[in-house]
Design a protein around this ligand. Structure first.
Ligand code: SAM
Length: 280
């Protein structure tokens, strides 16, 4: 049975009132009320009935409904117990939706999403955007793309190129695992309550193979150290890894990187060159 569209201010306010829900700031609850945004997210993720989707934080089911209407088999993980009861009602009749009560950072995702490969689509709780995205990527989950709503400023950091103020360890990590693109910007008025900042939908297409061949543990250790003190040169900031200055000099020379440069000017390939001559 088709339910009325949830992505609408009046319907959302009605649902919240009916179930006596006061939204939790702590859980990053800003619900979408704009049907165009929901449809644009579904389109950006290119959802078809062949897709399995993991949705993180369905809220009252706004985006979940859009995904289900497009035919995807949706597994939606929601931490707020009060909303589980709401979702049972708002998504009643959709046989292609399974709601799981749990914390996305703790549950065994592999057990909950039965499909061999899946897409991640979400209007993320902003207080844990980075742990969620990095957790999925670092664990090499069988994800093809992630289409997520994040703070605009975080999206800009994910796509940033070397030499810009937004470029940092998040840019390197996201670009190592995926090809990120900002799809569109979403203003605060598209949510209840409106967040303090603009949001953006970012599409991260997971790479079959990383763009550089490295030992990941060493690569990310170097990257983290290089950005730990942004204003310092590589020769200085890489000392925080505990490697003596003399050894560092040799490593940077072998990698062909000038130790007087700052981490924020290095490309993925240049970080890889350092990681590949690093002592194991
Ligand atoms: N998808 C809905 C929408 O677009 O209207 C709600 C999005 S709201 C920004 C984020 C949702 O994530 C909330 O429903 C919140 O309760 C849920 N959430 C917060 N932390 C979570 C966690 N650790 N695991 C699962 N869900 C979480």
């Amino acid at each position: 049975m088709k339910q009325p569209t949830i992505a609408n201010k009046d319907v959302t306010l009605h649902i919240l009132k009916r179930f006596g829900i006061r939204m939790s700031k702590k859980l990053g609850q800003n619900f979408l009320i704009d049907e165009h945004v929901v449809q644009s997210i579904v389109k950006a993720a290119n959802i078809t009935q062949d897709d399995a989707v993991l949705e993180i934080g369905p809220g009252i089911g706004t985006l979940t409904q859009g995904l289900a209407e497009a035919g995807a088999a949706v597994t939606a993980v929601e931490i707020d117990r009060r909303l589980i009861e709401v979702l049972a009602k708002t998504l009643e009749g959709y046989e292609n939706i399974r709601v799981v009560h749990g914390d996305i950072l703790r549950i065994d995702i592999g057990k909950e999403v039965a499909a061999p490969r899946y897409k991640v689509v979400a209007n993320l709780p902003y207080y844990i955007t980075t742990p969620i995205i990095m957790g999925l990527l670092e664990a090499h989950m069988p994800v093809d793309i992630l289409v997520t709503m994040v703070q605009k400023e975080v999206a800009q950091r994910m796509v940033a190129v070397p030499g810009t103020k937004d470029y940092g360890s998040l840019s390197v990590a996201v670009q190592y695992y995926t090809k990120p693109e900002i799809m569109f910007i979403v203003p605060p008025a598209s949510f209840i309550p409106p967040p303090a900042v603009d949001s953006a939908v970012i599409r991260c297409t997971v790479r079959e193979k990383p763009p550089v061949e490295v030992n990941e543990r060493i690569f990310f250790r170097v990257v983290k150290a290089a950005f730990a003190q942004r204003r310092k040169t590589l020769s200085n900031t890489l000392k925080t890894t505990g490697v003596p200055a003399e050894t560092l000099k040799v490593i940077l020379e072998k990698a062909g990187i000038d130790g007087g440069r700052r981490g924020e000017t290095l490309s993925l390939e240049e970080f890889a060159a350092i990681a590949n001559v690093w002592i194991q």
